[in-house]
Design a protein around this ligand. Sequence first.
Ligand SMILES: NC(=O)c1ccc[n+]([C@@H]2O[C@H](COP(=O)([O-])OP(=O)(O)OC[C@H]3O[C@@H](n4cnc5c(N)ncnc54)[C@H](O)[C@@H]3O)[C@@H](O)[C@H]2O)c1
Ligand SMILES: O=P(O)(O)OC[C@@H](O)[C@@H](O)[C@H](O)[C@H](O)CO
Length: 433
Amino acid sequence: MTTRLTRAAAHARPPAPVRAVHLGLGAFHRAHQAVYTMADPDWGIAAYTFRNTELPRRLAEQDGLYSLQVRGDGEPQAQIVDAISRAHPGSDTDQWLADLASPDVALLTLTITEAGYQVSGDQDSAAIGRVVAGLRGRHRASGTPIALVPCDNLPGNGGVLREAIRTAAEGEDPGFRSWIEDHVSFVDTVVDRITPAATEQDVANAARLTGLEDRAPVVTEPFSEWLLAGDFPLGRPAWEKAGARFADDLAAYEQRKLWFLNGAHTLLAYVGPALGCATVDEAVGHPVLAGLTESWWDIASRHASLPAEDLTDYRQRLLERFSSRGVRHNLLQIAADGSQKIPARILPVLRAERAAQRMPEAPVAALAGWLIHLRDRPVRDPRADELVSLARSTDAPRRVLSTLDATLADDRELISAVEDYVEHLRLSSCPTG
Ligand SMILES: NC(=O)c1ccc[n+]([C@@H]2O[C@H](COP(=O)([O-])OP(=O)(O)OC[C@H]3O[C@@H](n4cnc5c(N)ncnc54)[C@H](O)[C@@H]3O)[C@@H](O)[C@H]2O)c1
Ligand SMILES: O=P(O)(O)OC[C@@H](O)[C@@H](O)[C@H](O)[C@H](O)CO
C-alpha cells in the first residue's frame, strides 16, 4: 500500500509562517503563485476556497502538500510543493478574518475566476464581500497596509479589483473607505501557465512518480510567466527567484496574453466541439481550426501594441504549447463563463476590425460557436439562464450579442455574418447534412 503524502513522509520542512493569504484555492494557484512563493522559504500561504470543501480537506490531510506534475512532450517531472502552510474551506470564517487582520500578513492573492469580481446579490458570501469583511477587520485591528494581488485573466485586474472593492464598500464607514484608498495597494498582474483540472489518471500518475499517495495533485505545463506592477507596502516573497518579473506598465503584455492565448482558447472552445474536437491539442491538429487560429492571430497582430517580431515568436511558442499532448486541456472547461471572457478576449479586436470596415472570419466564428454552445451544451456562466433563453429565441445572434455590446449588436452586417456562420458550422459538423 502506498504511503499517504504528508510532510513527514515527504521529508518536507515544517510549514512556513503564514505571511500571505490566498482566496480561490484551485489548480491554478497551486501551479503558479504557490510555486513562485516556494522559492522564498520565509513565506507560507493560508489558502481559502469558499466553494470547494473537498480540496481543502484533502490538502489539510496532506499538511498542505501536493505534487505538481510538469508535463511537456518528454517524461513528466513531479515535484512536491510545500508553500501552503494551511488550507481552509469557506466555513472557517473566523480564521479568514483573523488571517486578514494579522499584521504578519502582507498580501492577499486571488484566483476567483473572471465572474468572481462581480459585485451583486448576496455580498456576504461572494468573494468580494468576504474580502471587504477581511479588510474591515484589518482596519479595526491595526490598520496595517496590505497588497491585493488578483491573478485572474482580466484586463487591468488590479484596477478591476479596486473598483469592485470600492463598490462593495459603498455605504461603509468613511474612515474605513479612506483607509482602503490610502493603505490597500492593488497590484496588476499578467499570469500564464496552462493548468487544466486534474483527472483520476493524474492521481494514479502522482503515486507512480512520487511513490506517495497524493489525493490532490496538479498537472501543468513547463512554461510559466508572472508579470507584476504595483506596490507591496509590507514586502513580498522573493518571487523573482522563480522568474517573476516586475514592470511599471503591463498593458502590452496583458493584451498579448488575453488576445493571443486566451482569445485563441475561446475561439477553439466554441468552434472546436462543433467540429468534433474535445481538447486544445486535438483542435489545433484539425486543419480548419488550425487555419482559424492562425487567422485570429493575424487579425489580432494588426491591433496589438508589441513589435511584430515579438508577436511572431509568441505565436510560434503558443502553437507548441497548444499542440503538446502533455497537458490535455478540455475545451468545455475553457468554454465556461463566456459572457465574462469574450469581452476581454475577442471583442476589442472585433471592434477594431469593424471600425476598419472589415468582416474578420475568426471572431465571427467564435461568436457563432458561442451561440451553438449556449443552445446545445451544458452552460456554466453567471448569466446562463438569460443567455440560454436568448440563444434559443428568434433573432438570437443580435439578442445574445446585445448582452455584451449594444453597438456591435446594431451592426447588421456582423449579425448576418454570425447567422451565416452558425449555419456553416451546423453543416460542417453534420457530414451527411
Ligand atoms: N487554469 C489555468 O490555466 C489558469 C491560468 C491563468 C489564470 N487562471 C485564472 O485562475 C482562475 C481559476 O482557475 P483554476 O484552474 O484554479 O480553477 P479551479 O476550478 O481549479 O479553481 C477555481 C477557484 O475559484 C473559486 N471560484 C469559482 N468561481 C468563483 C466565484 N464566482 N467567486 C469566487 N470564487 C470562485 C473556486 O471555489 C476555486 O477555489 C481562472 O478563472 C483564471 O482567471 C487560470
Ligand atoms: O482559466 P480561465 O477559465 O480564465 O480560461 C481558460 C483558459 O483560457 C486559461 O486557463 C488559460 O489556460 C490560461 O490563461 C493560460 O495561462
